[in-house]
Design a protein around this ligand. Structure first.
Ligand SMILES: Cc1cc2nc3c(=O)[nH]c(=O)nc-3n(C[C@H](O)[C@H](O)[C@H](O)COP(=O)(O)OP(=O)(O)OC[C@H]3O[C@@H](n4cnc5c(N)ncnc54)[C@H](O)[C@@H]3O)c2cc1C
Length: 331
């Protein structure tokens, strides 16, 4: 049985208190549902001496409609997946939330924890004993990347399901610290090409909310996820896609953001642009899907062979876009 290392638990009851505790305890980590943090602590990937609990911060919970929608960081994924205002207005986000892990994890895991979830890698995620045997990597305790020992960077992969959708929707996050607060577009929350410092959030900042801009009726979006076991696994490819089409079925706007292929959600505008000005025919979809695959250069950091995962990018981009083809006019 894997045991948690010793730590002090400091429960916060307000956001200001959580921010103050973070300022007073450098190296402390916030805990939402703990569904990612606790297993990582058990594997000794992370060993914070102090955890600051957000469980009792009621102001972080709930979904507010305000033109767009503001989702508190403490909102549970199950609640997000089922909230009528999300299902109706942002079905791609509701679907992404419904596809995270398993029902138990969605009941405990929070929106803030999901957006900040650690990057993943086959080596980094080995048990402590196996990492002792194989050697530690630069993300935890070592000084080389075990995937690319000649390089000087960490290739661990962004594995959040919500972030690609939030990025595609043009969302932003609110960050609060004892120094003040700021709003950051979600596109700027993640660091490309650094699996260790994968967040632009400062260590003393609490992510308090995710804000989605309003969407109109002409905008259709979806999220498609590829993983080994549909019942529980992290994404091996996530595709957030959206289009706007005119009355003739011609696409006037397209957005594509991939998850689980890089250290941050990866927008692929070069693929999306191929759809603009044309109908969503099978030919246009194939061209966009092939271009999206060409834009990805994943490393062997996750489950399943690399070439297969890359091909899955093309197949799942095409699947996502087919879902967005306008249906026949009523009547
Ligand atoms: C078996 C298994 C399968 C999983 N499958 C998936 C999957 O398919 N898709 C997926 O996206 N995730 C998956 N996860 C990861 C995780 O369960 C979810 O991402 C979950 O939403 C994390 O939320 P949490 O509240 O439990 O985060 P926690 O574990 O509490 O925290 C995760 C990280 O976020 C930080 N954090 C938490 N809240 C805040 C905040 N408000 N502000 C700033 N930092 C914060 C913590 O300090 C920590 O670094 C899986 C985990 C397991 C164990």
């Amino acid at each position: 049985m894997m045991r948690l290392p010793r730590f002090a638990y400091l429960p916060a009851s307000t956001t200001a208190e959580a921010a103050q505790l973070l300022a007073e305890h450098p190296g402390a980590q916030l805990v939402g549902g703990g569904t990612d943090l606790f297993p990582k602590m058990k594997r000794r990937q992370l060993e914070p001496k102090v955890l600051i609990g957000l469980h009792g911060v009621s102001e972080l919970c709930g979904i507010r409609v305000n033109g767009g929608v503001t989702i508190g960081a403490g909102t549970r994924l199950h609640e997000l997946a089922c909230a009528p205002e999300i299902v109706r207005r942002y079905p791609a986000l509701a679907r992404a939330a419904s596809l995270v892990a398993s029902p138990q994890i969605r009941n405990a895991g929070t929106v803030g924890g999901n957006l900040c979830v650690d990057t993943r890698c086959n080596y980094y995620d080995l048990s402590y004993d196996r990492r002792c045997a194989h050697g530690f990597c630069m993300k935890a305790g070592g000084d080389v990347c075990r995937l690319a020992p000649g390089g000087d960077r960490c290739w661990a992969v962004s594995s959040t399901d919500l972030a690609p959708v939030a990025h595609m929707l043009g969302a932003s996050v609110r960050l609060v610290s004892a120094r003040g607060e700021r709003t950051l577009p979600i596109a700027e929350l993640y660091t490309m090409d650094d699996g260790i410092e994968y967040l632009q959030k400062q260590p003393d900042e609490v992510l308090t909310a995710l804000t989605l801009p309003p969407v109109d009726g002409g905008f259709r979006a979806t999220y498609v996820k590829f993983r080994r076991r549909g019942a529980i696994d992290f994404p091996l490819v996530g595709v957030a896609a959206a289009v706007r089409t005119d009355a003739d079925g011609i696409c006037t706007e397209a957005r594509l953001v991939l998850g689980a292929v890089a250290t941050a959600p990866l927008p692929v505008p070069q693929a999306a642009e191929l759809l603009v000005g044309v109908a969503l025919t099978e030919e246009a979809i194939t061209a966009a899907a092939e271009t999206a695959m060409s834009a990805t250069k994943p490393m062997d950091a996750l489950d399943l062979p690399l070439a297969y995962r890359r091909r899955m990018v093309m197949i799942h981009v095409a699947r996502a876009l087919r879902e967005l083809v306008p249906g026949p006019a009523p009547g």
